[in-house]
Write a new protein. Sequence first.
Length: 524
Amino acid sequence: MDAYIRCWQTLKTYPLSMVEVRDKDLAEVCKIFQRINQGGKRLDRFDLIAATTFSPDFDLRQRFKDDVNRALEKSGFGKIAPSILTQLLALKRFGAANEKNEFSLTADDIKSNWKDAVESVLLAADTLRKNVGVIDYGFLPYDAILTLLAYYFMKSGKRSLAAEQLDWVRRWFWRASFGARYGGAASTKIGQDKDYFGALIAGEIPNFEMHVTLTPASLARVRMTQSGSAIRNAFLCLLATHKPLHLLNNGPLDLLNGSISNFTNRERHHIFPRAYLSKKGPVGADIHSLPNFCFLPAELNKRINDSDPASYFGEFQAENPSFAKTAATHLLPFGPGSGVPENDYLRFLTARSELILDEVRRLCGEITTPKENERQLAIKELENRLRDLINSSLHTKNGENYWKQAIPIDIRENAEKRIGDALAKYPDMKKEEFRSHRRKLDYCNVMDYFTMMSSNTNWPAFKPVFRKRDDLQRYMSGLNEYRNAVMHSRDMTELVQKNGEAALIWFETVLSADQEEEEKDADE
């Protein structure tokens, strides 16, 4: 009883400050409280929402810990910011996610939507982890990305994305991340961008226009020690999607556990080592520049120590026959002119920045030319599309015997000789395979395709696709030189590369347009 009386007396005599506020809504009152509550425990927006919606049977703060962060930690994604949940709930309830909307959430709004909101956040985190390299919350460029993707799952009630929708989400992720879409006024932009996801839910593919304006110089100014940088985090995601390998043994790297975490460590993960640059690097060079970062396990960091890149790259190449392929998983240039053989740090920053930005633009859909290790596949696919087009067009025009009627005799004879040589060399090949004229086309070369299509008798069948014979000749010639360099591993001049890439883009454009026309005609 004495203890009770003492407590009562203390409460009764304790001085309490009171500020009376009139004609203000809850959001405005909470802002006033945050401003005057400087001496007590600092409370953020989530704390205030949890307090105003508290009930004995639902404690938002505890439920967030138990239902969301515990599940995400178990999955390996890690704890997330609680505002992601309140913004998601506000977006679902009001169609907007600013502070006023969050503070307008009632206890019933939160409780009635809680299960769907939690499940949607878990699905969104899983989607980001599996498809764009957000293997940990620390990699996430913007919280808004998780909020909006969770909104899609919550609003649609679906548990996955269709292939075309997932392609759009990937492009949106990279464009928004490297284009700094949510770098300011994020809550307002969440409310605006929810419409893109509404379109996805309606079965449409929206047009998200966000261009990446980064340059090699601006990318090099980003520091890996800035853990809050969206560009830095997006870069980590980009590297994670390439599944980087150990530079010596080619084994997969565990990017979260083991010996390569702690990306802000000032002594680790540098391609040009800190100790080397401090002695021999250019004056004023930023050691922690983003292009100087690489996932390096502890034992490689120790081995590299203060070695110059030309020396240790040479050692790695000598010890690892697959070094070139492994370095590509890190987007690491190391050939002549890359700055590595020359130990030229500034040249290296430029060369790697250009390589990184090429990949960024490819992921954003701004360039469609294949990566170096995908060139052969792209050429093979294009050649097959051209052969299919020639086969179907000449069959329609000339019938079953088009091989003799429409193919020039020198091309026929050369192809049939190659077929004969192949049959003699490979016993498992059968002569019957080549009864199909389409199969015979596999033994013609690139410029043969041009001759077949551009002849006076055959051109009317191909003119609707290619329009101008001169354009077809120019791009076919560019493709031919590019193909020969790629397929035979020859050195390629910049001009051959540019002309070849232009040819790939041109053929993709005209062949895709022709396919769309055919599909439209079929529907009608």
